[in-house]
Design a protein around this ligand. Structure first.
Ligand SMILES: [Zn+2]
Length: 109
């Protein structure tokens, strides 16, 4: 057999089709969501070397869940950058956190 179906598929893909809803070809190896999540912050901070960067981008292209996480992480990173001063929790803050923790424990039965 000269060509496997997979080779046929990848060769037809180079001819830039617009409506290709076929299985995404993975130029790099495909990550699991857990692996992508582990690289998420480095990705958002643009600290990834080329290869893992390509892996993450390939995963984000096919995974709406992780793409959503990245969008969230970007917003959060920006918010953190704006609030550069982290104040020590005051009494109200501590009390509020205790109430939230209590509420969470109650709902988790
Ligand atoms: Zn994912």
């Amino acid at each position: 057999m000269p060509l496997t179906p997979r080779e046929l598929a990848s060769s037809s893909e180079t001819s830039a089709g617009g409506d290709a809803q076929t299985a995404p070809s993975a130029p790099a190896r495909s990550l699991t969501c857990a692996e992508a999540a582990r690289r998420l912050w480095d990705y958002v901070d643009a600290r990834l070397p080329e290869t893992p960067l390509a892996d993450v981008e390939a995963h984000l292209a096919i995974c709406a869940t992780c793409a959503g996480h990245v969008a969230f992480a970007r917003v959060m990173r920006r918010a953190l950058a704006e609030t550069s001063v982290v104040t020590a929790p005051d009494e109200r803050h501590t009390a509020l956190r205790a109430r939230v923790l209590t509420a969470m424990n109650e709902t988790r039965r």
